[in-house]
Design a protein around this ligand. Sequence first.
Ligand code: GTP
Ligand code: MG
Ligand code: ZN
Length: 308
Amino acid sequence: MRGVIYKSTGSWYVVKSEDGHFYNARLKGRFKIDGIRSTNPIAVGDAVAFEMEDEAENRVMIHELSPRRNYVNRVSPANRRLHHIIASNLDQSLLVATLRDPRTSVGFIDRFLVTCEAFHIPAVIAFNKADIYDEADMVLYTDRKNMYEAIGYTVLLTSIKQFESLGTLKAVLQNRVTLISGHSGVGKSSLINEILEDANIRTSEVSNWSGKGMHTTTFAEMYDLPGGGRLIDTPGMREFDIADIEKTELSHYFPEMRALLNDCQFNNCMHFNEPGCAIKNAVVQGKIHEERYVSYCSILDSIRGKVW
Ligand SMILES: Nc1nc2c(ncn2[C@@H]2O[C@H](COP(=O)(O)OP(=O)(O)OP(=O)(O)O)[C@@H](O)[C@H]2O)c(=O)[nH]1
Ligand SMILES: [Mg+2]
Ligand SMILES: [Zn+2]
């Protein structure tokens, strides 16, 4: 039988077979995949082959992984030399950001975008909780929207309390496989809940005294969209760690810089303090947004272990 992984806890999996049945799955023996130093051999979105292990208990055994079209990984918090694969076979990645409760920084958004560019996965940004934005927040939203749309990204304004705001989001998600990321508490699970209606996935309670406690997402999990497409909910993250990017290639992952790279005086220009730098000139002329350049410098500075 063949199927797709819908959930992974690291020790067991949920797989959906081609004929639409869900099974609990585990890996056969010493399952090893060449070439990827990962803490988890199988991730959400993976296409796998499996066999029945216990029909009464709905349990199957995975014995083969199909080649991945693409994947997104992070540096493992436990061991920086290992990667943790978040999900695979994606059409796009949605960042849920907020301007309040909590505020997502431009630096965080730009790290997300660089990661998507490096993995060749189209990125969309949704600013959520629009219902609690005041006038100043809306001015900020318009600034951010203009900044990111000018360089080719789709930017949306959403709120789970403003049903009409979800129409555009639904259209963007339809018939695609979308990985949803963002800080904890920005509303990733709530948005998925609204969009799926019957998915009933757990979100944090608004009131602390409700007795139900917090329901933060702990494992990546995939859901089918009615009418086609899939959404992958992920646990909130503090920071995007830029894995596997060299300092010299960072500017390739800033779309507004790509076209100018041949115009720098030095072909190994890092666009930091070199003379005759086309990128710095573009920043001075206002053609590249200063905040984006600040993000570039900060990410450049954070890439470890490379002498330049
Ligand atoms: N006012 C307002 N609150 C929202 C909105 N979306 C989500 N929330 C609230 O924000 C809180 C966190 O929502 P979650 O959906 O659990 O957030 P999450 O991004 O899934 O968080 P993690 O699973 O921890 O990563 C809950 O109290 C939601 O009710 C919104 O559009 N407006
Ligand atoms: Mg969640
Ligand atoms: Zn330069």
